[in-house]
Design a protein around this ligand. Structure first.
Ligand code: NAG
Ligand code: NAG
Ligand code: NAG
Ligand code: NAG
Length: 273
């Protein structure tokens, strides 16, 4: 029936349709997301009813009828965060903008439209992602080891790789500190070496957002420091070492491009979480 076109009084009348141009959308934490929805327009807007809801639990995201927003039944989760493009409605565009995206916005959405030409619905899925923050570096020294650690927050779970000066991949398991209330993973990754010199590169990849962070760390310390009991353990934050912050972040939100994952090879250096 979808493809049936009626020849009607010399005018081609297309059947009523509601369509979501993007079935999968990526929504970035803190940013706005536009969920697209188009329908067969009718010049008379007085019969138009647009309802956006969550597919899982039918909570109302936004609704519009009698030619205005009708938000009495809107879920509190979406209060003051949604808007239709009202001037686009007559063109058959019922897209919605959701501001300040949070992890709770991930899931399935329904766009339900009716006008004098008919009623229809389209569904789509929203995936949530958060860019990893600038990794915080700390270096711990004690009598037996030198430890380099990075800590950062983002979503979803990243791939973390440490590479040494000979381009050897060091397999360092990362510590995932469960979801914060904010819908972020707090992650810590630690590289430990029993030498006085460290020259490694920390790489974090958020494949969903195509985010790549590279942070080379070059650090060495003077043996004399250890003989001073007051500084037997030194915690250096970002400054003392030569940190080459030549990181590059590529972010391409348009398409999620899966990068081939680099196979990790085990190495003699110690990596701990
Ligand atoms: C609807 O209008 C908005 C705002 O102008 C635009 O960003 C979006 O691409 C349009 N969507 C469709 C499906 O035409
Ligand atoms: C639009 O539709 C309403 C309700 O069906 C009707 O009362 C009104 O006259 C129509 N307006 C136009 C311009 O056709
Ligand atoms: C030195 O630090 C490492 C890593 O933090 C730890 O495993 C080790 O127990 C420490 N050794 C001493 C003597 O404190
Ligand atoms: C660290 O290793 C890189 C190669 O990965 C090398 O170019 C650089 O000179 C090294 N830095 C030091 C201080 O050894």
């Amino acid at each position: 029936m979808r493809w049936l076109v009626l020849f009607f009084g010399g005018v081609l009348v297309a059947p009523f349709e509601v369509n979501a141009p993007d079935k999968h959308l990526l929504a970035l934490r803190g940013h706005s997301a536009v969920l697209g929805c188009e329908f067969t327009p009718d010049l008379n807007l007085s019969n138009l009813v647009v309802t956006w809801q969550r597919e899982e639990d039918s909570q109302v995201v936004h609704s519009f009828y009698y030619q205005q927003d009708q938000l009495e039944r809107q879920s509190p989760e979406y209060h003051s965060r949604t808007s239709l493009f009202v001037t686009e409605l007559h063109k058959g565009n019922a897209s919605i903008r959701i501001a300040a995206v949070s992890w709770k916005d991930a899931g399935r959405y329904l766009c339900i439209v009716s006008n004098t030409k008919g009623t229809g619905r389209a569904s789509m899925e929203v995936t949530y992602g958060a860019l990893y923050s600038e990794p915080r570096l700390s270096i711990h020294l004690n009598s037996s080891a030198l430890t380099v650690e990075f800590e950062t927050e983002g979503f979803p779970k990243p791939e973390v790789i440490w590479v040494d000066e000979h381009d050897q991949t060091l397999s360092c398991p990362l510590e995932l500190l469960k979801h914060t209330e904010d819908g972020l993973y707090l992650i810590k990754s630690r590289y430990e070496v029993k030498k006085q010199v460290v020259n490694v590169t920390f790489t974090l990849k958020n494949h969903l957002l195509n985010q790549n962070i590279h942070r080379p760390v070059t650090f060495s310390y003077d043996e004399n420091i250890k003989s001073n009991p007051g500084t037997a353990t030194v915690v250096v934050l970002s400054l003392v070492c030569i940190v080459l912050l030549i990181g590059v972040i590529w972010l391409t939100l348009v398409r999620r491009k899966k990068l081939g994952s680099t196979g990790a090879t085990n190495h003699n250096h110690q990596c701990n979480t």
